[in-house]
Ligand binder design. Structure first.
Ligand code: CTP
Ligand code: MG
Length: 237
């Protein structure tokens, strides 16, 4: 059985507002991306595929070598939106022989994932077919209209924040992306796909997705404040 991690690093980090994309910014001397790469390397996952922008391919290959990430099977280029970067990765893996049985799709901007959480998710996906790292929401979630007026209040006991890795049986998520995301690539319409699970949910309304609690600390680095907290967090380790 083959499980491949897809690590996404093709974003520009617009909200961070730095020259260097956030996944390459250093925290305590190590690029953000390398934290999760080390966790995958330490886990039972056999293969790692990294997706980046065309200008960074050589840089990322060097980083992987420098940090001893020997399970990297390729560094490929992404697309203009996250979902197109994922589509590229899935299509790339479809050409492998044998292809993966399962994939774990991870944001390179999420450095807190541990190797034990990766192993837990990789095991769970063989049981459920689709599992997503998540944390129960701490706040009460409100649904609003576009102007910000409340339309509904959700039950906090059943609201979660979706994170990554998002893990799927490979053939199913490939089919879902080909059906739902591939047609969006040509069109000029706004793309509202924000995670992998929603693609899977849309393609297979009858299949279930299991959320696995990986803790609220599995957050994404989006702003300078997130970087400052990350420095503090890993200094305590
Ligand atoms: N990502 C990607 N390809 C894209 C856009 C995003 O591979 N076209 C990756 C990012 O590198 C990141 C993850 O998807 O690891 C989550 O995206 P996000 O946090 O939104 O990162 P950015 O798009 O880089 O940031 P921003 O939205 O602020 O520009
Ligand atoms: Mg983005």
């Amino acid at each position: 059985m083959k499980t491949t991690a897809i690590v996404l690093a093709a974003g520009k980090g617009t909200r961070m507002g730095s020259d260097v994309p956030k996944q390459y910014m250093e925290v305590n001397g190590k690029p953000v991306l390398c934290y999760s790469l080390e966790s995958f390397q330490k886990s039972g996952v056999s293969d790692i595929l990294i997706v980046t922008d065309s200008a960074s391919v050589e840089f990322v290959k060097d980083l992987a070598q420098q940090y001893g990430i020997s399970r990297v099977i390729g560094v490929i280029t992404g697309g203009r939106e996250r979902c197109f970067s994922v589509l590229n990765a899935l299509r790339h893996l479809a050409q492998e022989d044998p292809g993966p049985d399962y994939v774990l799709i991870h944001d390179g901007a999420r450095p807190y994932i541990t190797s034990s959480a990766v192993d837990m998710l990789a095991e769970a996906v063989t049981r459920y077919g689709a599992v997503v790292a998540a944390s129960p929401s701490k706040d009460t979630i409100k649904l609003t209209d576009r102007e910000g007026f409340v339309e509904d209040t959700t039950d906090r006991a059943v609201t979660w924040c979706a994170q990554t890795p998002q893990c799927f049986e490979f053939a199913s998520i490939l089919e879902a992306y080909e059906r739902i995301v591939a047609p969006l690539e040509a069109g000029g319409s706004a793309v509202t796909v924000t995670d992998d699970s929603m693609v899977y949910e849309k393609a297979f309304p009858d299949k279930r997705v299991k959320l696995i609690d990986t803790g609220s600390e599995n957050g994404k680095i989006t702003t300078i404040a997130d970087l400052e907290y990350m420095k503090y967090f890993f200094r305590q380790q």
